[in-house]
Design a protein around this ligand. Structure first.
Ligand SMILES: NC(=O)C1=CN([C@@H]2O[C@H](COP(=O)(O)OP(=O)(O)OC[C@H]3O[C@@H](n4cnc5c(N)ncnc54)[C@H](O)[C@@H]3O)[C@@H](O)[C@H]2O)C=CC1
Ligand code: BAL
Length: 499
């Protein structure tokens, strides 16, 4: 991607964007069957930027019918994996060619900074699709141990028609995390973007057609959770749902599946992720930068955000001094100004939710203001371990600081949550680092850094943060494939029947 532009240049691109507003089903854009639309708003300005098709049960049924036809006739599901690879790589290249347009669209629709959209969301989306495409023609099936008289093949087959229900915090990237392995595996997909952020998924579906992914394979049905998400969850002809979002909604998908066709369900949900800093942590300046990044990146609208700092008391003051210095490097403001690192929260409803945590009592060490869609990076010093800010996923730029005496207390506090998505531990003592990483019940634990690994490493949660499979890595393909055993009798003597 080329260098960043000026704010004026981004605004000029924004003013001339052709925003997709209709559902994308069976290879073309179409309005909702009801004719209804809903407003898509730029959360940084409150301006309505598009009226998007408000789909419902009939649109979901139609999309599933077309996706099923495509799956059964094999136009994608039975292509040689190398041909699927080529089409997906063409899609990744088209996204690269349209990167700037997609970055601006993403920023306008979600409030994310153009800096992040240009440097993280769009390039990582391209990387993710390319990675899964490149993988798919290099995976071998297996032959199980069997007698000389038999051969037992263990083969993977695409699971079928899958529903991909997306959140609003990384609209493009979460789309890529799901469609990458789903398309590579040969599934037909029904994407349901979050109602707050439908635009880039619709544009990518259009690019997928241009890339040669056949009609019916890649469908996007925008609308609300109730009108589109629930019909997907309850559909009798959808084989699997992969969901990212809140734990409350994830739970509903288990109900939908149990009350319909027992479709497989994978859930990637919330987090209340601890960053533990022990007294012996080295290079405190670097530690402070990581903790601040973990808490405030993407406005804290990140399931793996470090939202609880658990710090040993001997190092607390020094660490906080450095963290306050680093937090000043996070300018907040117009998402289309490339100097800003903190944009607007995704919606008025979400802003109101996050703001409500700021007025609830604890000592404010930094920030604490919320105004017109923007929430300042905020650090709270909290003694009450049952405070709402400590227990609940805020999903905003709000970090709660908890003080502990030592290692064991830190680990116990880290685990004192219903969530188990991610954690970090900062220490120079390698034994404590490894013992801590093993003892923390979370899907990803980073040592002396904040992060999620990368495309090659599986991502998902323990406890109420995750259910079913993992996103990312080869492991993501497990979500979208079924294992079949093909047992072949090689004997000539058919008189002898052995069970
Ligand atoms: N793990 C993560 O990455 C995310 C976590 N969250 C958490 O969830 C909180 C609420 O955000 P929401 O947008 O309300 O998340 P959500 O979990 O309600 O929405 C995620 C997706 O599920 C759909 N959905 C919502 N209700 C549904 C229903 N009854 N049936 C079927 N589908 C439904 C939505 O339309 C969206 O596509 C956030 O404050 C944050 O704490 C939100 C987004 C992403
Ligand atoms: N951090 C990427 C996954 C998510 O926030 O949902």
């Amino acid at each position: 991607m080329s260098d960043l532009l000026t704010t004026e240049e981004y605004k000029s691109i924004a003013a001339n964007l052709d925003l997709p507003t209709q559902a994308f089903i069976d290879g073309s854009f179409r309005p909702a069957m009801s004719g209804k639309t809903f407003d898509s708003t730029n959360p940084a300005t409150g301006e309505v930027i598009a009226k998007v098709a408000a789909c419902g049960q009939a649109d979901v049924d139609f999309a599933v019918e077309k996706a099923r036809d495509a799956f059964e006739d094999g136009r994608w599901s039975r292509l040689h994996p190398g041909e699927r690879k080529e089409a997906m790589i063409r899609l990744a290249k088209l996204i690269r060619r349209n990167a700037r347009e997609l970055a601006v669209m993403e920023s306008l629709d979600s409030g994310k900074t153009i800096y992040d959209c240009e440097t993280v969301d769009v390039p990582e989306t391209i990387h993710c699709l390319t990675w899964h495409a490149e993988l798919i023609d290099k995976i071998y099936d297996q032959v199980a141990p069997a007698s000389d008289n038999h051969i037992a093949l263990v083969v993977r087959e695409p699971v079928g028609v899958v529903g991909l229900v997306l959140p609003w915090n990384f609209p493009l990237l979460m789309l890529a995390w799901k469609i990458g392995p789903a398309l590579a595996s040969g599934c037909s997909i029904i994407v349901k973007p979050a109602a707050e952020t439908s635009l880039t998924a619709l544009r990518v579906a259009e690019l997928a057609m241009e890339a040669g992914i056949p009609a019916g394979v890649f469908n996007v049905v925008p609308g609300s959770g109730r009108d589109v998400g629930e019909p997907i969850g309850r559909h009798m002809d959808i084989d699997m749902v992969s969901f990212t979002g809140s734990t409350a909604t994830g739970r509903r998908f288990l109900t939908y599946a149990s009350e319909s066709n027992l479709k497989e369900v994978t859930l990637e949900m919330g987090g209340k992720n601890p960053a533990i800093v022990l007294d012996d942590a080295e290079d405190l300046d670097r530690v402070a930068a990581h903790v601040v990044n973990g808490a405030f990146w993407n406005m804290g609208e990140n399931c793996s955000a470090s939202s609880r700092l658990i710090v040993q008391k001997g190092i607390k003051d020094k660490l906080l001094d450095r963290m306050l210095a680093h937090a000043r490097e996070w300018p907040m403001g117009d998402p289309l100004d490339p100097v800003n690192r903190v944009g607007a929260l995704v919606s008025q409803a979400h802003f109101d939710k996050v703001a409500s945590y700021l007025s609830k009592g604890p000592k404010v060490l930094l920030g604490g203001k919320a105004e017109a869609g923007f929430v300042e990076p905020t650090i709270l010093d909290i003694a009450d371990r049952d405070a709402a800010q400590v227990r609940e996923e805020i999903f905003g730029p709000v970090l709660s600081v908890l003080t502990v005496d030592g290692f064991d207390e830190a680990i116990a506090l880290a685990n004192d949550t219903e969530y188990g998505l991610a954690a970090s531990i900062y220490t120079a003592n390698v034994k404590k680092a490894i013992r801590g990483a093993r003892a923390i019940r979370a899907g990803t634990v980073t040592v002396n850094s904040f992060g999620e690994g990368d495309i090659s490493t599986p991502f998902g949660g323990f406890k109420q943060s995750g259910f079913g499979g993992r996103d990312n890595g080869i492991h993501a393909h497990d979500q979208y494939t079924q294992i079949k055993t093909i047992w072949v009798d090689l004997t000539d003597d058919h008189d002898e029947v052995v069970s």
